[in-house]
Design a binder for this molecule. Structure first.
Ligand code: SAM
Ligand code: SF4
Length: 356
């Protein structure tokens, strides 16, 4: 396996020399469609303890070179500037964020940041492996929200899907999270035809047993192998149909900018969520921005353009130049992703390298 920097067809050269005339250069981070950005997804590494088929190839991964991975100080600097302009949630992701040795320090340093309106929230999306050991320290450091991914609770299936025999480690992580004060606790599963679509009810029950909310994600064209096939995708409507056979589902209104639609189960306070990125995109309310582990800003999961912070961070870039690059990236955000257009081009990077 080689470690080479990923090259994209189009990378913006550091800060734009002149900002577009209509782009605000102060105030909240807003795009040209009026979407104010409040959420920065920070990918801490492209490496992972699993090899989920829909995310990474089993072999032949071109890992980011270690020296290209942003340091804690570099991440904190970008996050501080973003927080000062209203980014109030930082979601730590990857790859697998728990593989980062300084994960507690990252949580602690970002958790200290303030927006003009108050403290930030630190959230994490993890596969849960190793979480049982580190969770108390993460909570102590300021972790506020947790999503754990689990696509199946069946051992052989887990092995086939992730190419690793680590289900017990994931269970241990979920048990630790369930025993912790972090709520709401969310479990994520990508729904896949012929893989786990006969298990959706069991997964919801598993989440209920762990005092968590199950959320199903429609599979997106972000696998490194570019094998995504729309006809194989399990849609939001199919997911709801399967769950309706077991529970009565009552929609919960007031989703705001959240990607998941949620439903109450049998009139109880138990809920389930569906993230229908493909069949019911929520781009109109998107307030998210992404920072890859190697210092590239992205305004959308599906964007084919990245904005390179590295020359500013590792050269003599000022905080103002970094802010203007954040603004320029957000300003260029399109009104929606184009997954449903015939000419859609999948991003070069897989989900593990973009940051989910
Ligand atoms: N390793 C961590 C994990 O699995 O939770 C964090 C990174 S992972 C890329 C973040 C989320 O993206 C996971 O919930 C994963 O299931 C989801 N994901 C990855 N590839 C996907 C795809 N092609 N379509 C939909 N969701 C995907
Ligand atoms: Fe790793 Fe998460 Fe991708 Fe699975 S989805 S391979 S756990 S980064």
């Amino acid at each position: 396996m080689s470690a080479v920097p990923i090259r994209l067809a189009e990378r913006a050269p550091s800060a734009p020399r002149t900002a577009p005339a209509d782009m605000p250069t102060s105030g909240p981070l807003v795009d040209r469609y009026g979407r104010v950005h409040r959420d920065l997804r920070v990918s801490l590494t492209d490496r992972c303890s699993l090899r989920c088929t829909y995310c990474m190839p089993e072999q032949g991964n071109e890992w980011l070179a270690r020296q290209s991975i942003l340091t804690l100080d570099e991440i904190e600097r970008v996050a501080r500037i973003a927080a000062s302009r209203g980014i109030s949630t930082f979601r730590l992701t990857g790859g697998e964020p728990l593989l980062r040795r300084d994960i507690v320090a990252v949580t602690e340093r970002l958790g200290r940041l303030e927006t003009p309106d108050g403290p930030v929230t630190i959230a994490m999306t993890t596969n849960g492996i190793g979480l049982d050991r580190v969770l108390p320290a993460l909570i102590e450091a300021g972790l506020g929200r947790l999503n754990i991914s689990i696509d199946t609770i069946r051992r052989e299936r887990f092995h086939d899907l992730t190419r690793r025999d680590r289900l017990d480690d994931v269970f241990a992580g979920i048990r630790a999270a369930a025993a912790s004060p972090l709520r709401p606790l969310k479990l994520n599963a990508v729904a896949m035809r012929g893989v786990n679509d006969d298990e959706l009810v069991d997964l919801v029950q598993f989440a209920i047993d762990n005092d968590a909310q199950m959320r199903f994600i429609e599979q997106m064209p972000l696998d490194a192998g570019h094998t995504w096939d729309r006809s194989q995708m399990v849609t939001r409507d199919e997911i709801l149909e399967k769950l309706s056979a077991r529970w009565s589902l009552e929609p919960i209104q007031g989703r705001g900018g959240a990607p998941a639609e949620t439903w109450r189960l049998d009139g109880t306070d138990r809920t389930v969520g569906v993230i229908a990125s493909v069949t019911a995109p929520f781009c109109g309310a998107c307030d998210r921005l992404r920072l890859t582990a190697d210092g590239q800003l992205r305004n959308c999961l599906f964007s084919n353009r990245e904005f390179d912070l590295v020359p500013l961070l590792r050269g003599s870039g000022s905080d103002d130049e970094i802010e203007q690059l954040l603004r320029g990236c957000i300003w260029k955000k399109l009104p929606g992703h184009a997954i449903n257009d015939p000419g859609f081009l999948q991003p070069d990077r897989g989900m593990n390298a973009i940051g989910g």
